[in-house]
Design a protein around this ligand. Structure first.
Ligand SMILES: Cc1cc2nc3c(=O)[nH]c(=O)nc-3n(C[C@H](O)[C@H](O)[C@H](O)COP(=O)(O)O)c2cc1C
Length: 184
């Protein structure tokens, strides 16, 4: 199985990166290959609404999204992790999501039922605070791109990585999800 990890945090070694890495990096027998992309280190421009993608395959912008499109096609599972900033995903993540518009218009609909796992990290101690926002985002990712969201992980009460490292319950929850991932 080929897995693509997307991290929308500007922190190179923050909670989101740590969690995505932990989920994908299996100490057990490697049953899958994976690559993690830090969006903050990539050159991804905002969608220009030129609608090139309505007439052609892909996007007219020549930036790092070109390689990500290729990998999106090739991957069996896509893991997208973002911190919550002001109640939404980070700007880096939003740029990436908007550029998925090129896939929405893909005539072949090759992304239909592509498996996707979403991870949100946030400081708020109430896990359900961003439910409406998250459900709405999931709906758009399904309706527009065809992504099949197989799991949504909401890691609440985490301002710093130590909040995650000290939270046994969260670590156990992730271990269970990781086991399920390996057996996918
Ligand atoms: C600019 C900014 C805005 C934030 N806004 C929120 C917010 O609206 N709600 C919340 O619960 N946490 C908020 N946070 C906290 C982050 O979501 C939290 O620290 C997250 O775990 C950071 O993940 P990272 O270590 O991967 O960057 C904000 C942090 C920053 C820097």
């Amino acid at each position: 199985m080929k897995i693509m990890g997307i991290v929308g945090s500007p922190r190179r070694d923050g909670t989101t990166y740590t969690i995505v890495e932990k989920l994908l990096n299996s100490e057990e027998e490697q049953k899958h290959e994976y690559e993690i992309h830090r969006l903050n280190s990539l050159n991804i421009n905002p969608c220009q609404a030129c609608y090139y993608c309505k007439e052609n395959d892909g996007c007219d912008l020549d930036d790092d999204m070109v390689n990500l499109y290729k990998e999106l096609y090739d991957s069996d599972l896509i893991v997208i992790g973002s911190p919550i900033y002001f109640g939404e995903v980070t700007s880096q993540t939003k740029l990436f999501i908007d550029r998925l518009y090129g896939l929405y218009n893909n005539k072949k609909r090759e992304f239909k039922d592509k498996k996707v796992l979403l991870i949100y990290t946030y400081a708020n101690s109430d896990e359900n605070t961003y439910n409406n926002y998250i459900e709405n985002q999931k709906k758009y990712l399904y309706d527009f791109v065809g992504f099949k969201i197989i799991e949504t992980i909401k890691l609440h009460g985490i301002a710093e990585k130590k909040d995650y490292l000290n939270n046994k319950e969260l670590i156990e929850k992730l271990e269970t999800i990781k086991t399920n991932l390996i057996n996918l």
